[in-house]
Design a protein around this ligand. Sequence first.
Ligand SMILES: *[C@@H]1O[C@H](CO)[C@@H](O)[C@H](O)[C@H]1NC(C)=O
Ligand SMILES: *[C@@H]1O[C@H](CO)[C@@H](O)[C@H](O)[C@H]1NC(C)=O
Length: 225
Amino acid sequence: MKTYDFAMVKILVPVSYLSVLCVSQDFDFFYFVQQWPGDTKKKSCCYPKSGKPAADFGVHGLWPNFNNGSYPSDCDPNNPYDQSQILDLIGCMEEEWPTFSCPSNNGTKFWAHEWNKHGTCSKSVLDQHDYFQATLNLKKKVDLLQALQTAGIEPNGTFYKLDNIGEAIKNGIGYTPGITCNGDASGHSQLHEIYFCVDTCGSNFIECSLFPNGRCSSEVEFPSF
Ligand SMILES: *[C@@H]1O[C@H](CO)[C@@H](O)[C@H](O)[C@H]1NC(C)=O
Ligand SMILES: *[C@@H]1O[C@H](CO)[C@@H](O)[C@H](O)[C@H]1NC(C)=O
């Protein structure tokens, strides 16, 4: 329940009612996806033009999804990524949403891909500026690394139980994460991405009814960066 003050009268509005205000016809929920930058050993990886990012999780994207597991993509070719609409956010995006693609670049390709493929499918609720702003706001709400470190889980190249990683995040953030892995140079399962589910406004975390196929072993490496 949230409390609102209207003319000194306290009115209690159930949160479930508020969420009705952002019902979308076009998708069912968002995945908010963060990636660990130290997982890239097996692929080529370049630092962005702005330099080596902080040793922290970075944004991968905010992806509209359907409850049946599929997702809409490339919904509006007439509304392509337009940097001029988000100039005030670029500095923050360089910090929170770094690219690791090669050759080294300024991030425009990554952000354009995210908007064109995923963002355009949420345009009924979020315009381009709102979409990037909402994503950055979500990033600011959760400190994944802190949640893990509080539970003694450090990015130092050692292995942790997948269950313990999930519990640490649930305890620190309040929501059960989706966890995905890929293989390191020797084929060991290593932490790759963390998924949370978000309402169709792009503003509130919700419990996921559907998790990505994580491909993690029961013991997962947390690589250093
Ligand atoms: C999933 O649901 C969406 C929206 O209802 C629909 O457009 C799509 O065809 C469905 N996909 C599958 C694989 O069932
Ligand atoms: C990034 O580089 C592209 C050209 O590759 C340029 O159009 C764009 O303005 C640059 N963006 C920033 C934020 O520097």
